[in-house]
Write a protein that binds this ligand. Structure first.
Ligand code: SF4
Length: 779
């Protein structure tokens, strides 16, 4: 195999439109090992991004020693990217794994037994429930656990404790995907499929640097581009990414202006008569309002606001309006920017206007960032009600109450679920006095880190952290629980195109580490949560019981898993939901008949005013019941850049191909860490010259929130804009403690030191891509 650090996407396997993507099996084994040395290959899928590549884990002498893509898997046809090859398994063998629980004693974390650690948690929990009630508890989870674990967590939080304060770090990466799907179609759930990349004649990537964030998916696109009938490619991105460099049209807009650009594209499609009038009349609501809102957005006006060429806007609109099969993908460039949900809804609107949904090559993919984010959403671990149920619909609440055998009044409902930034705000105010954080590192990933550290450090907050390693967040914990990770536990997870994979346990976890599921079940048992009929609330013996319980919860819902089982998922490939006994192989595309889950009794959400975020009341929604039609929703463009004389540059944060999230895992894969060992800031040659900064110079970056010191990289980024990867926290290397000891005088480097607390009004996703900063040379 080639060096996949240098050769990120591997060799091309070109193919024509409408053909099956050729197989190419990628494999990486520990130094000196060959296939003959491997004791067993164990079925799994990669959990380092939402692509969800099927793979097998190589095991030797009870340790993970490598990984290989599954050529029979519908997602990746054997391929794996650099993160999957190097970062999926090596971190689990790292010597600094947490192996025993830790509890805080005299200000320090010291080793403890599981009984001691869990008893402390249960005592703190009981005391707060008695004194302050269920709202004293907050849970902040991840996009990296397994389905069964999220469902257990959601059930214990809502049916056990009865708290509404539960969210995942998926709020930071996929909340807008879910919100835009609910606003347009009535429910979460990806309409399209990766197979649309095999069929499309044009591909639009909206704020989606697929080349770095989903490398295997980008290999699929590159293979189509290398084939005989190359699809047109349109890239919407302020940066000159690898996607932009392949594009026929690169709409290199100013940060913060996505919605203005989308208004221009929609207006042009309408003005040029490219609307499928029959589809719009039969399957949508809201056309007139949409047309009125976008009417002022001529290409010239858009060009002025967005800083792009009006001819390029016309050309992009022509490609969208005249190509029979267009696939669209959307990610953080839209989701983490101002007016995120409104901008993403305009992508849905374009497809609805052209009747391009549910047909081969015509998919919308509102992508996910984290690998198992879809399950956080489905299972309600992001605060929603499980099974895409509507918190404002009493019948949906009653369904869950019957399923869990608890009183409906015990399940928090009627108010929107508490989102992540609100959970931290409630902890700041003292309303949440116990916070349980699993598999995530908010002390690096949340905006405005100085404030987050202050909240986590509050003496009156009882903080539980459950993870594979010590992290910047666990530094503040009262109890740290050692978790088993991927390859050390069994469970299922669902990728961004709804394909469900089973991942089997390949090795034993280190020391006394336990799966997140085992920890949640243990807590529920110790708390003695009971149903109305006196049974234990979560009486599962293991993950397969959890999956069976989830299947019942999903029955009849859009995310129907009733055709799936561990046995069915043990074959050669993952299977998409909805899957029922009548359709066991699942539905590859949703909405093939133009009918949407938007009816009052069916929908997951009654929707919002996209400008203000105000939720529609049930009777308001019932008055216009879409009854199976999609909704063409939009709002006016409003954006005031916050840069000023003191902070003249706009900072956008994002990912690098070599790291995932806060590098808890990828910093412990030697190849990935060597490829991107330290943080940096990208700056244009013009701005660097003005500031007397040379490539590689250390510079300081300041915002109203904080400062960092990082090296400068001079790139072809737009003048006036700088970019920083968000992965880097207090650690620079693999070992948290060693690094801290070696860097006692180190300056902060995390990009989130600089980011303001600002959220999209609908999805509540933080805005990470428009911070006003000042860069200074360090002489
Ligand atoms: S593309 Fe994503 S899921 Fe596939 S191997 Fe790479 S990191 Fe893993």
């Amino acid at each position: 195999m080639s060096d996949r650090i240098a050769d990120i996407w591997g060799a091309r396997t070109a193919y024509p439109r409408g053909h099956i993507w050729p197989n190419r099996v990628d494999q990486f084994l520990a130094d000196g090992l060959s296939d003959a040395d491997v004791d067993a290959w164990v079925q799994s899928a990669c959990v380092l991004c939402s692509t969800g590549c099927g793979c097998d884990i190589a095991v030797k002498d009870g340790r993970m020693v490598g990984v290989r893509g599954r050529e029979t898997d519908v997602v990746n046809h054997g391929r794996l990217g650099p993160k999957g090859l190097y970062g999926s398994w090596q971190p689990f063998n790292s010597p600094d794994r947490l192996t025993v629980p830790l509890v805080r004693q005299n200000g320090r974390l010291v080793e403890a037994s599981w009984d001691e650690a869990m008893n402390r948690i249960v005592a703190a929990s009981r005391e707060r429930l008695d004194r302050e009630g269920p709202g004293s508890h907050g849970f902040y989870t991840s996009g990296q656990l397994f389905l069964e674990e999220y469902y257990a967590l959601g059930t214990l939080a809502k049916a056990g404790i009865g708290t509404p304060h539960l969210d995942g770090n998926t709020r930071l990466c996929t909340a807008t995907a879910a919100a835009s799907l609910k606003e347009s179609f009535g429910a979460d759930g990806q309409p399209g499929t990766y197979e649309d990349l095999d069929e499309c004649e044009a591909l639009f990537c909206y704020g989606h640097n697929m080349a770095e964030t989903q490398t295997v998916l980008w290999s699929r696109v590159l293979d189509r581009m290398a084939g005989p009938d190359r699809p047109a490619l349109v890239c919407v991105d302020p940066r000159n990414t690898a996607v932009a460099r392949e594009a026929d049209v690169h709409l290199r807009l100013r940060p913060g202006t996505n919605l203005a650009l989308m208004h221009g594209l929609v207006r042009e499609v309408i003005a040029q008569g490219w609307v499928d009038q029959d589809y719009v009349a039969a399957h949508t609501l809201g056309f007139e309002r949409l047309a009125d809102t976008v009417a002022p957005w001529s290409p010239e006006r858009v060009a002025e606001v967005c800083g792009v060429d009006p001819g390029e806007i016309r050309e992009a609109a022509r490609i969208f309006g005249t190509t029979p099969r267009v696939t669209s993908t959307v990610l953080q460039g839209f989701y983490q920017a101002p007016q995120a949900t409104a901008s993403s809804c305009q992508v849905n609107n374009l497809h609805l206007l052209r009747g391009m949904l549910g047909k081969p090559g015509c998919g919308v993919m509102q992508m996910n960032g984290q690998p198992t984010a879809q399950n956080t959403r489905e299972c309600g671990a992001n605060g929603d009600l499980a099974g895409f149920r509507n918190y404002a619909n009493p019948e949906h609440v009653q369904e869950l109450a019957d399923l869990w055998d608890v009183d409906a009044d015990h399940i928090p409902h009627g108010e929107p679920p508490t989102h992540a930034m609100q959970i931290f705000e409630l902890a700041e105010q003292g309303d949440i006095s116990m916070l349980w954080i699993s598999a995530t590192n908010p002390a690096v990933s949340l905006p405005q880190l100085p404030r987050i550290r202050e909240i986590l450090a509050k003496p009156e907050l009882f903080l539980v952290v459950q993870d594979l390693f010590l992290t910047e967040t666990s530094e503040f914990a009262d109890v740290v629980l050692p978790a088993a990770g991927w390859g050390e536990k069994t469970g299922t997870f669902t990728n961004a195109d709804r394909v469900v994979h089973l991942s089997r346990q390949a090795v034993e976890p280190p020391g006394e580490a336990r799966s997140d599921l085992a920890i949640f079940l243990d807590y529920a048992a110790r708390m003695d949560f009971r149903t109305r009929s006196g049974r234990r609330l979560l009486d599962w013996a293991g993950p397969e019981d959890g999956f069976t319980a989830w299947v019942e919860c999903s029955r009849g819902r859009l995310c129907d898993y009733t055709g799936l089982s561990y046995e069915r998922l043990s074959g050669g490939t993952g299977i998409p939901w909805p899957s029922s006994p009548d359709e066991p192989d699942g539905k590859v595309r949703l909405y093939t008949d133009g009918t949407f889950p938007s009816g009052t009794q069916e929908c997951e959400d009654y929707g919002h005013d996209l400008a203000t975020g105000d939720p529609l009341e049930p009777d308001q929604f019932a008055g216009v019941d879409p009854g199976g039609r999609a909704m063409l929703k939009t709002c006016d463009f409003e954006f005031d850049a916050t840069n000023s004389e003191d902070f003249p540059l706009l900072l956008s944060t994002g990912r690098t191909v070599y790291h995932f999230h806060t590098r808890t895992k990828t910093a412990r894969a030697p190849q990935l860490q060597a490829a991107a060992p330290e943080p940096w800031i990208e700056i244009s040659a013009a701005d660097a010259a003005d500031l007397r900064i040379r490539d590689g110079d250390k510079c300081s970056v300041h915002s109203k929130q904080g400062s960092v010191e990082v090296k400068a990289r001079i790139t072809d980024i737009q003048p006036g804009v700088v970019f920083a990867p968000f992965h880097y926290g207090a650690r620079t290397g693999a070992g948290f403690d060693q690094d801290r000891a070696a860097n006692t005088d180190a300056r902060p480097t995390a990009a989130n030191e600089l980011i303001q607390t600002e959220i999209d009004p609908v999805s509540k996703q933080p805005v990470y891509k428009c911070a006003a900063v000042r860069v200074e040379a360090i002489s």
